[in-house]
Each structure stands twice: as C-alpha cells, then as structure tokens.
Design a protein around this ligand. Sequence first.
Ligand SMILES: Cc1cc2nc3c(=O)[nH]c(=O)nc-3n(C[C@H](O)[C@H](O)[C@H](O)COP(=O)(O)O)c2cc1C
Length: 331
Amino acid sequence: MNHFWQQLKKPFFVLAPMADVTDIVFRNFVLRYSRPDVLYTEFVACKMLLAPKNRKLLMRYLQYSPSERPIVAQLFGSEPDDFFACARLLREWGFDGMDINMGCPNRRVERRGAGAHLMRDPQRAQAIIQAAKEGLGDLPLAVKTRLGYHVIETESWIGAVLAAKPDVLVVHGRTRQEMSEVPAHWDEIAVAATMAHDVGVLCVGNGDVDSREQGEEYAQRFGVDGIMIGRGVFGNPWVFATQAERSESEKLLALARFITQFTGFWQTAKREGLLKKHFNAYIEDSPGSKTLRMELMTTASAAAALETLARYFHQHGWIFPEIFYERIMSA
Ligand SMILES: Cc1cc2nc3c(=O)[nH]c(=O)nc-3n(C[C@H](O)[C@H](O)[C@H](O)COP(=O)(O)O)c2cc1C
C-alpha cells in the first residue's frame, strides 16, 4: 500500500503529540517558524470520541487546518471495536493517518487499560492494531510506544507490535518505568529500527533530540527513517529548521505571538494556565531576565503576561508590535 509516510524524503521530521500543548494553535505557531514533515494532534480518548455529547468539545482538540497536512490524529483506548469505529470517523474527517498511543504512563490513562498499559497485554495490543487497520482502509496506521514496561524488552514487545503490521513504528527510547528521567536509549531504537525494516515497516526514533542537525545525525547513526521531536520545540519553534542564533527579542516576540494566538483561539481563562508551560523556555539568562521570569510566572492572565513583555521591550528600547497591544486592550 502506498501511503504518505512512504513518500517523505528521509530523514523526515515529526512534531510529537503533547497533551495540552500541540493543539491547532501551537501547531500553526510552529509552522510559522519551521516546517516538520508530519504533524500530530494531542491524544484523545476513543471512548470520549464515540460519546456524542463529548464530541463537540473534542472536535476542538482534533481541529486542524489544511496547511498542517499531513496530519495524524493520535488516539488512546483499550477496546479494539472502539479503534475500528474511531478509525472510520478519522477517515470521514479527512485525517491523513492515525496513531495509537501505547506508551503514555499517565495513571488515569493506564487505569483504563490504555497507553503504556497495553505493553502488558500484547495480544490486546495486536487486536487493537488489527481493528484500527480495518477501520482505516487505505489510510496508514502508526503505533507510538516505548521499549518496554519495567525493563527493556525490544525483542518481545516491539516484535509483538510489528507482528500486527502497523505501517509505521514510532519508538520513544525509554521504558514506562523510566518515564522521561534517563537519557533515551538510542542503541535500542536502532535495534527496533532493524526489526521494523525486516518486516517492511517504517521506523521513527524519538527521545532527546533538540535540533534538526542532531536529528539528521541520529537518523544516519541509528538507522531510523524519521525523527520525532517533542520537548525540543519548547521555546524553540525554529527547531525543524537549520540552527541559527536567535536574539533575545526574537524569542520573546515569538512568545508574545503565541500568547496572542492561544487566547484568540480558546477565548477562555480556564486554559490560560497552560501558557505557563511555555514561558520559561523563551527566557534567556540575561541581565534583567530573572525579574522577567518571576513576573511572567506569577501573572494571573494572558493579558497581564503580554503587558509584562511590553514593559520589558520598552525598557530595552525594542519595538513591541501594535497587534499585541490590541490583545492587552481587548482583555
Ligand atoms: C507535556 C507533554 C505531553 C505529552 N503528551 C503526549 C501524548 O499526548 N501522546 C504521546 O504519545 N506522547 C506524549 N508525550 C511524549 C512525547 O510525545 C515524547 O514521546 C517524549 O516527550 C519524548 O520525546 P522528546 O525527548 O523529544 O520530548 C508528551 C510529552 C510531554 C512533555
């Protein structure tokens, strides 16, 4: 079957799914600065998607714009039938592919038998892959997983995933137990890549990559077809482009733009707390930045954060564009 993943020039780059981060605003914000080859939505529960009363809210999480193609929706769940039904829906909604989360260590996800929990039930994982493939028809299926649950079990666990023949294997190079607390085991990702290639499956490596250059080198060294970048995009929406020095004002302007776009889309104070995840990453160590960091982290609203940035720009004699002031005034 000829699908979009196969047509990408190697090594290709993928923006990782990140819950409460990679929504339509964030993805378009990144696209303004650099271009990953594939974008992912943040994950959504199959069960929620299949309950009509939740669908309206969830559609906001699954919303995408044409400029984001190819766009892959990531789902989590534990029932093969749910994946079949959701795959049908994703086709209807025009997604370019689907990804099944088999690596999330969040307790609420695992308690439902989903995410990383599936590593403890390979037969169920295989049944899910099979059902999703049937629902997807000719759309490609990716599985994003880790190297094992308690310990590295590349041969058995990755072997079980590959036996069910997804089109793409995405390997986050750590075990469930390791969370994100140790360096990713790229030597094991290399083993998984060889296993995938032996059965004609593409392999994407993931873990600790924070520049295009590093990704290109890793792809070559560890034999993967593509590289997925997650945390490396925080404070660095340029990460998918060739590295270049960014000035302090350039970075802070990017942050101001993000805050403006985020509030413009969500229009609810409830989600503004999520912005704080981003502040730190945009602030460099420079004279005065300690105060800026402290002030931003204690602001109560997006408009207050923009005001703080405006003051900082003013103090440095930098121009703070009109459009950001408009947001402050309209808050
Ligand atoms: C805030 C945050 C949210 C995440 N949410 C998801 C998710 O929804 N689905 C998923 O498969 N992985 C999720 N991850 C894991 C990342 O996709 C990625 O596998 C992990 O961060 C390792 O890659 P990195 O070292 O490039 O960050 C999340 C990670 C972070 C930091």
